[in-house]
Design a protein around this ligand. Structure first.
Ligand code: FE2
Ligand code: FE2
Ligand code: FE2
Length: 182
């Protein structure tokens, strides 16, 4: 694998891994603040970020060894509204800056596996940003967000609300690869 794509994948793996943990921590805080659905949203999206991190890691099958990894990562354990703002900021950075730039490099270098893994991620991040914005609006109005069952594709991290789809619209995985947070 070309070094620039590998470095970008390592950074994205790090960012996704942190997001996975950060959302679990913010889920605990949302539950404590009395927002059960926001807590469930954080837990569901945390699972999507795990899928993204896993795909990036596997795309680097021919890269081994120890590396110092630099990546963006949000910090801060505030109230739920503040945590949602942090989540929106992180997702927006990935959508507008990080993944488009990394995908352009992967494409220029002909790194198909990296491109696919990043395409899976950015597709879900767009949904994450929207759902977090909706949750923040509710919380800022003093209410929990109205939220149906959450469906996460364990293959690509696709995120949806409602019934489990027969096939994932992003990666084509079958229904049984979905994890439900109801
Ligand atoms: Fe992600
Ligand atoms: Fe995300
Ligand atoms: Fe999928």
């Amino acid at each position: 694998m070309h070094e620039m794509t590998a470095a970008n994948l390592r950074s994205a793996f790090s960012g996704e891994s942190m997001a996975h943990m950060r959302y679990k921590i913010w889920a605990e805080r949302a539950a404590k603040d009395g927002f059960a659905n926001v807590a469930r949203l954080f837990r569901a999206i945390s699972a999507a970020e795990q899928a993204h991190a896993t795909n990036h890691f596997k795309a680097m099958a021919d890269v081994a060894g120890a590396f110092l990894v630099a990546s963006g990562g949000g910090f801060g354990l505030g109230g739920t509204s503040q945590n949602l703002a942090g989540a929106i900021e992180g997702e927006t950075f990935e959508i507008n800056e990080m993944y488009p730039a990394y995908m352009a490099v992967a494409q220029a270098q002909g790194e198909k596996a990296a491109e696919r893994s990043m395409h899976y991620a950015i597709s879900a991040e767009k949904i994450h940003a929207e759902m977090y914005a909706r949750a923040k609006e509710a919380v800022d109005g003093g209410e929990d967000v109205q939220l149906g069952p959450m469906q996460i594709c364990n293959v690509c991290g696709y995120t949806a609300e409602g019934e489990t789809p027969e096939y994932c619209p992003i990666c084509g995985a079958k229904k049984d690869r979905f994890q439900t947070f109801a």
